[in-house]
Design a protein. Structure first.
Length: 84
């Protein structure tokens, strides 16, 4: 299960890379940052590594994770175009 927290209101968002920079607000969009956390699984090879790339894997362990997600969305739910 993944837990989402946000939008985050403290601190600043480090701008994500975008091929074409533009003013989101001028186009009716907002940008918000969320945190996603949960438990990630690691895997190991189960059996031989076959030459055809079809390998069996099994869970080898787990660890907690936390990452950020930047959401760019229309300020109004009526808008449907999606910028970079």
């Amino acid at each position: 299960m993944i837990t989402f927290l946000g939008p985050v209101t403290a601190g600043g968002i480090i701008e994500p890379m975008c091929i074409v920079p533009f003013d989101l607000a001028a186009h009716g969009y907002v940008q918000e940052e969320f945190f996603a956390s949960g438990t990630a699984s690691s895997y190991r090879l189960a059996g031989a590594a076959r030459s055809d790339g079809r390998w069996a894997a099994e869970v080898a362990g787990s660890a907690p994770f936390r990452t950020r997600i930047v959401v760019r969305r229309p300020e109004s739910p009526d808008r449907s175009a999606v910028p970079c």
